[in-house]
Design a protein around this ligand. Structure first.
Ligand SMILES: [Zn+2]
Length: 284
């Protein structure tokens, strides 16, 4: 594992005590070597994959979930079928989207058909009310966010890089869920492994934009350095609190995809790498 300099030993501000309240839970399924990182907060089958337990080779070894990064499509098919099985979904019951760093939300009423987990269209969030159908997003440093709505009986998967955090793709998703009967106070949200503040450095006008949107604690300045560290999960948790969600409704997994060699990392691997899949099955 490449060594990275940790600026602050404190991964997240004290206000995110919710991390300790719910915490991550790692579950293995059957006799396979695959495992999904899960949140104790969610009650429906779900998980955040790492890079182990698949059949891809080279920089995509081994559980790459994306056909758009140069990997062998047949290997990706197998990987996605295994991932669907981990949440109890058939290979033809996994719906994903072609992620474009926007704020479009798609509803999945069935999987696309054709290749396993083929994208329904351009969007960065996908939700479903169809029991048995799983929805997923692909990441390699960006934030994967899974949402469970036990009142409206629907689930969502959201992809948010810094553009999606500032653009509030998660808020757009919650608005769609509310149109289908969701009550904000009953939602459960899990933010999965992503690049954390230890590794996410930005410059230009981005630090000021984040401070304006999420308050001063979202950035960490280091004396003598032009770049500033931004805490993307904190920004998302802050926006959820602003919408009225309680701390017990939000689980922020602390894993950093760039620090931790278990994960694919776009930054660490200089762009030539695979993607994890974060998925949730509607089981209401
Ligand atoms: Zn890190």
């Amino acid at each position: 594992m490449r060594r990275v300099r940790i600026v602050s030993k404190r991964r997240s501000p004290p206000s995110l005590a919710v991390v300790a309240a719910v915490g991550p839970r790692r579950v293995r399924y059957g006799a396979t070597a695959m495992a999904l990182l899960t949140s104790k907060l969610l009650t429906v089958p779900h998980g955040f994959s790492d890079r182990h337990g698949g059949v891809s080779q080279g920089p995509y070894a081994s559980l790459n979930a994306s056909r758009s990064v140069g990997d062998d499509g047949r290997a990706v098919d197998e990987n996605l079928a295994r991932l669907a099985a981990l949440v109890g979904a058939a290979p033809d019951a996994l719906a994903t989207v072609q992620q474009v760093h926007g704020t479009t939300v798609l509803e999945a009423t069935r999987a696309k058909g054709g290749a396993v987990g083929e994208a329904l269209g351009d969007a960065d969030a996908v939700f479903t009310r169809v029991s048995g159908l799983a929805v997923g997003v692909r990441t390699a440093d960006c934030l994967p966010i899974l949402v469970e709505d036990p009142v409206g009986r629907q689930v969502a998967a959201v992809h948010a890089g810094w553009r999606g955090v500032i653009g509030d793709v998660l808020g757009a998703t919650l608005d769609r869920l509310r149109q289908n009967g969701a009550r904000l106070e009953a939602l459960r949200v899990a933010i999965g492994p992503a690049i954390q503040a230890c590794c996410f450095e930005v410059d230009g006008d981005l630090p000021a934009r984040f401070e304006a949107a999420f308050g001063p604690r979202v950035v960490r300045r280091v004396d003598g350095k032009q770049k500033v560290h931004v805490d993307l999960p904190y920004a998302v948790a802050t926006s959820l609190r602003a919408r009225g969600l309680g701390e017990a409704q939000v689980d922020v997994l602390p894993d950093c995809t760039r620090c931790d060699a278990r994960f694919f990392s776009h930054r660490r691997d200089a762009g030539r790498t695979g993607r994890m899949l974060s998925l949730v099955r509607c089981a209401f």
